[in-house]
Write a protein that binds this ligand. Sequence first.
Ligand code: MSP
Length: 458
Amino acid sequence: MTKFYVTTPIYYPNDVPHIGHAYTTLAADVLARWNRIKGNNVWFLTGTDEHGKKIEQAAKKKGKKPKEFVDELVLKFKDAWKKLNIEYSRFIRTTDKDHEKNVQEILQKVFDKGDIYKGEYEGFYCTGCEAYYTEKDLIDGCCPIHKTKIEKLKEESYFFKLSKYQKPLLDLYKKNPDFISPKNRRQEIINRVKEGLNDLSISRASFDWGIKLPFDKKHIAYVWFDALFNYYSGENGFWEPDIQLIGKDILWFHTVYWPAFLLSAGIKLPKKIFAHGWWTFDKEKISKSRGKVVNIDDLVAIAGVDSARYFLFRATPFGEDGDFSEKALIQRHNNELANKLGNLVSRVAGLIEKNGVEKTENELIRKLDKKKIAKLFDDLEFDKVLNEIFAFIDVCNEYVQNKKPWETGDKKVLYELKESILEIAKLLWPFIPSTSEKITKQFSATNIKKGEILFKKI
Ligand code: MSP
């Protein structure tokens, strides 16, 4: 069996999960399910990024200890993934003992190799981003992302010799052009790396919510050093990742810091880092203050789990930015899931219930290009996968219309349709698993019956 290892970023449990988090996790679920269909042995890792100042501050605001605070929020993430029908293999937490031990071992290894040295960090740090900034990155003295006043730090710190990895990183991007995906994101990283890399502060001594450096217990590891290694702590014998899904905002961490840390630790590199775009809401950024947050319950309440899953991958090419609107979701639910898929299934089931089927050469199913769909799936072109499948659903609906089995009672035509619908259900399983399972069950029965309506119109 071929192994397939897919990861999502681990999310900051400083608040409840929203659609942005759900998007990456759903994409990993789609890929994981597709690989299960292909017969691969799949490992799908997701989890939470629990250390660092950001979490510590969020806990303090609620008057809680960090661990107690994250324990509650982690349940919300697990609950959300369950509601969205996401089947991961492990939910890793950076407070898991095996992870903490792993990070310490790696820190020691990198230290022994001479890639970590003690110095003093003086500069800017945005706790919201958990990232270092130089003066020229700032906009009016504020974080370019959060637009909030930025902290100036001056403290003893350990540094990772990132500068040493400039050449090896550039070699990597050249040797493995897929490492940074999609293609249009490659050049910006290459250009920045070419400009030169500063050594990276990888420890903090001014607070203690983190993993202690094994060689200096006064320091804790920089939260990104800790977090990135979750992918290695949770690999379960599947190393190296086939694909690591992330949002475009964290591409730098994953295509510069991450491979440099791995090279230093002497660990094989992941095959591909894929950055998807960002969702806005009615053209505005997710923002609590403006009420533009779609949390998971709200998302599911619009038209159900499968319609939400379907919409997120149908509406926008994975990799590009998309705008989420409730209206657009409902339209697709009505026009595509209810009218096209739902009608086909209920009409054909009703006709089979009346007339039965008779095995024959299947001309209809030849119009479905399975090879093309497989390639699109592997290339993460989910919107195109769905386009192909829905184009075939149109073909099937036209076939019913033209062959008029309600007049002819043609059992052979109904057999072709039945087999085609089973194939459609199989290919849609990664996107709309529970509907797909219902259809499969209905059409695999000895006595096929009309059954319940799959998508009620809204
Ligand atoms: N903890 C880090 C990741 C560490 S991975 C070793 C982190 N966490 S996060 O909770 O802030 O965000 C995680 C992911 O959610 C990112 O990939 C980010 O792109 C994604 N999204 C957050 N908001 C989003 C949208 N509005 N749209 C799409 N994805 C978004 O970063």
